[in-house]
Design a protein around this ligand. Structure first.
Ligand code: HBI
Ligand code: FE
Length: 287
């Protein structure tokens, strides 16, 4: 862990007991607002025909094309009206139970800093661009909004079953790196992809990764890497599928079953996979 990461055991000085802080929107510098604009413009050019309908609609209804880092007061007024979600500022990564508790109460935590100019393409910790541009548009969709709350509630329960690793994979392969099959073609809904210049092309167009139909049990067994493009992406038929599967699955027996099954390595395909595109893995193998 380097000195730039913001991980604490306790809420840092000045933060509230639930780890939230004031966004202090007036404190962002002109350069920081401009960093947002550079990132926003780049993604905005890329995403038509790539991001799913719900995401594009969220950008529109939340008026995210207004220049500069969004003021959460204005953003929340619209978001609350659409789906009852709120965005709250936090200093950086927060503990899992805190993260889940906010989500279970329809609050999405956002890092209250923006990446430096030499980090436009990659940073390890979620900043306000990833959290707000990547995640918040989807929270304006009523079905996805319910899925995220259900996920937060499930996250809290998973801690009691010592199954956080399994459930975190569901978040990773849906909320962060999910693809969706729309009538017009394959589209992105995952925040880690839509907020990344390189991966928003790679995930859809590159012949390297595998693209596999969504399967809850399979995903909860699947390892992932956080430091490079994904080698497996999972594809849902629609957002309702995510909500249905989380509401209809009895997770306790599933967690028990998963403890007896081996993990599935990054890039592996298994017999039961419904494979949409079988990747070459040339990208991973060239490293
Ligand atoms: N904290 N700020 C922040 N953002 C996250 O995405 C986050 C977190 N703490 C824990 C956490 N994510 C994980 O538990 C999830 O990825 C499952
Ligand atoms: Fe994220």
């Amino acid at each position: 862990m380097n000195s730039e990461t913001h991980i604490f055991d306790m809420p840092p000085e000045g933060a509230n007991a639930d780890w939230t802080i004031d966004q202090a929107w007036d404190s962002f510098t002109a350069e920081e607002h401009e960093t947002w604009d550079i990132l926003f413009d780049r993604q905005q050019k890329m995403l038509p025909g790539r991001a799913c309908k719900a995401f594009m609609n969220g950008i529109d209804v939340l008026k995210l094309s207004k220049p500069g880092i969004p003021d959460f007061k204005d953003l929340n007024a619209i978001l609350m009206d659409k789906t009852g979600w709120q965005v709250v500022a936090v200093p950086g990564l927060v503990p899992d139970d805190v993260f889940f508790d906010h989500m279970a109460n329809r609050r999405f935590v956002s890092g209250n800093f923006i990446r430096r100019r030499d980090q436009l393409d990659y940073l390890q910790e979620p900043d306000v661009f990833h959290d707000v541009f990547g995640h918040v548009p989807m929270l304006a969709d009523p079905v996805f909004a319910d899925y995220m709350q259900a996920y937060g509630e499930g996250g809290l329960r998973s801690l009691q079953y010592d199954a956080l690793d399994n459930l975190a994979r569901l978040y990773w392969y849906t909320v962060e790196f999910g693809l969706i099959q729309e009538a017009e073609g394959l589209r992105i809904y995952g925040a880690g992809i839509v907020s990344s210049y390189g991966e928003s092309v790679f995930a859809l167009d590159d012949d390297s990764p595998n693209r596999i139909k969504f399967d809850l049990e399979r995903i909860m067994r699947s390892e992932y890497r956080i430091d490079d493009y994904q080698q497996n992406y999972f594809v849902i038929d629609d957002l309702q599928q995510l909500l249905n599967v989380t509401q209809q699955t009895d997770f306790a027996p599933l967690y028990a079953k998963l403890k007896e099954l081996p993990n599935i390595a990054v890039a592996d395909i298994i017999d039961t996979d419904d494979v949409i595109t079988h990747g070459t893995q040339h990208y991973a193998n060239s490293k």
